[in-house]
Design a protein around this ligand. Structure first.
Ligand code: SF4
Length: 204
C-alpha cells in the first residue's frame, strides 16, 4: 500500500468517511455531492480549498457560505463569517497535516477552525493533498511550523519571525498564528466526518 492508501484505510477504521480522489475536479464533485443545496457551509481558511475551486463552486450553486476570504472579497465582516461558520450546517476545511495512522493535526491562530472540526457543525469535510501526509504527530507539528506557518505568514503579510527566516522561534508576537494545537484521533461523537485525499499536492 502507498501512503495515501494506508492513511485512507486507517481513517476508515476509525470511523471517518475517507475517500481517494485523483484530482481537484473529483474533489469538488465529491464535496458538492455530500453538501445539500440548502445547507449553510462554514469554511476554514485554506489554500487547498481556494486552489480546488470548491468554495467558489458552493457559492455559485447558491449555498450560504461563511468564509473570511469570500467575506473580504464581498466587503463583508470577516470576523462575523468566522463566527457564523462555527455554527453552520457543514464545516469545510483542509488539515495542516494528516498522519499515516489517521490523526488530523491542526494549529490555529483564532481557534475557529479547530473548534468547528471538533464541535459545532454536525457534518465536517476535510480536503487535503498528499503533501499533507506525515509519519506521526510530532512530524506533523514540525511540518506545520517549518512549512505551513512561514508560507502562510508571508502570504498574509504578517510581521513574524518565521516569515522572515523560514524557521519557528516560538515567538510571542501579537500576530502569532500558532495559538491552539489540536489532534483529532477519531471523529468527535455524533459527527459525520469526511476526509477527501487528493492524489496531488495542494496548499501547504
Ligand atoms: S510560533 Fe511564531 S514563529 Fe513559530 S511558526 Fe508560529 S507564528 Fe511562526
Amino acid at each position: 500500500m502507498n501512503d495515501i492508501e494506508k492513511t485512507i484505510a486507517a481513517l476508515n477504521r476509525k470511523g471517518f468517511h475517507a475517500v481517494y480522489v485523483k484530482d481537484a475536479d473529483e474533489a469538488r464533485a465529491y464535496v458538492l455531492s455530500v453538501v445539500g443545496d440548502d445547507e449553510a457551509v462554514g469554511v476554514g481558511g485554506s489554500m487547498t480549498l481556494n486552489e480546488t475551486g470548491i468554495v467558489d463552486a458552493l457559492y455559485e450553486r447558491g449555498n450560504t457560505v461563511y468564509s473570511t476570504t469570500l467575506a473580504k472579497k464581498l466587503g463583508l465582516d470577516a470576523d462575523k463569517a468566522r463566527r457564523d461558520g462555527v455554527s453552520a450546517d457543514v464545516y469545510l476545511s483542509s488539515s495542516n497535516a494528516i498522519t499515516l495512522d489517521g490523526d488530523l493535526i491542526n494549529i490555529d491562530g483564532y481557534g475557529n477552525r479547530v473548534t468547528a472540526m471538533a464541535y459545532g457543525p454536525k457534518k465536517v469535510i476535510v480536503v487535503a493533498g498528499r503533501n499533507k501526509l506525515t509519519k506521526d504527530p510530532m512530524t506533523a507539528v514540525t511540518r506545520i511550523k517549518e512549512i505551513a506557518c512561514p508560507l502562510n505568514a508571508r502570504r498574509l503579510g504578517l510581521n513574524l519571525p518565521c516569515a522572515v527566516t523560514g524557521k519557528c522561534n516560538e515567538c510571542s508576537s501579537p500576530q502569532r498564528m500558532c495559538n491552539v494545537t489540536m489532534r483529532i484521533q477519531y471523529p468527535a461523537s455524533g459527527k459525520e466526518f469526511h476526509v477527501v485525499l487528493i492524489d496531488g499536492d495542494f496548499g501547504y
